[in-house]
Design a protein around this ligand. Structure first.
Ligand code: COA
Length: 160
């Protein structure tokens, strides 16, 4: 188990190097990553000054934010860091006045779909052919080609 109390999550400041290796674990397109980083806030999780996780929060409207990317270093996966980052993102989005947090994943991303639903997200939409249209190379996961993007939403107000 990671000593989660020792993990600090903070905003990555502009002059600091962008953790591309981590971001590329979640999104194979550097071009897509650079496009959404233009208008997003990068949060990093640090354990003893080592960056072990990242998420990217993007404002999609006055009351809606989207997690555009989330990744944890492979040696630290499966220990609750991803879940902690999802909770952190919900707190940050709520603190900035949002009532809904979105996250998208591939139709083939079985484990991510289960993680997000366990973290309180519900499937609310589908971007048809998102991966086949926006990525040069076909992406395969679990032996299945990623085609559509599944959109999941989490209400940030208790009355949602
Ligand atoms: N299969 C099934 N369940 C899984 C899973 C897997 N591969 N990985 C995590 N889970 C479940 C855990 O069992 C846990 O459930 P629990 O709270 O009931 O025990 C829950 O999801 C949280 O797991 P956690 O340990 O917090 O996840 P993580 O730290 O490994 O982070 C990712 C999850 C997806 C961020 C991480 O695996 C990762 O970086 N993957 C590569 C990049 C990626 O795919 N990003 C998302 C793109 S949409």
């Amino acid at each position: 188990m990671n000593p989660q109390s020792e993990i600090q999550v903070r905003i990555l400041e502009k002059p600091e190097p962008i953790p591309y290796a981590l971001l590329l674990l979640a999104d194979p397109s550097l071009e897509m990553i650079d496009a959404y980083l233009q208008n997003a806030v990068i949060y990093i999780a640090e354990l003893q000054k080592e960056t072990i996780g990242v998420y990217v929060l993007f404002s999609t409207g006055p009351e809606t934010a989207e997690i555009k990317n989330i990744a944890v270093e492979p040696v630290h996966q499966g220990k609750g860091v991803g879940k902690m980052l999802l909770e952190h993102a919900a707190q940050m989005a709520k603190a900035s006045g949002c009532n809904t947090l979105l996250i998208g994943t591939a139709d083939s991303s079985i484990s991510q779909l289960s993680l997000y639903q366990k973290a309180g997200f519900k499937i609310t939409g589908l971007k048809k052919d998102f991966f086949s249209h926006n990525y040069d190379q076909p992406i395969y996961e679990n032996g299945v080609q990623c085609k559509d993007m599944v959109i999941l939403s989490k209400g940030l107000n208790s009355s949602y």
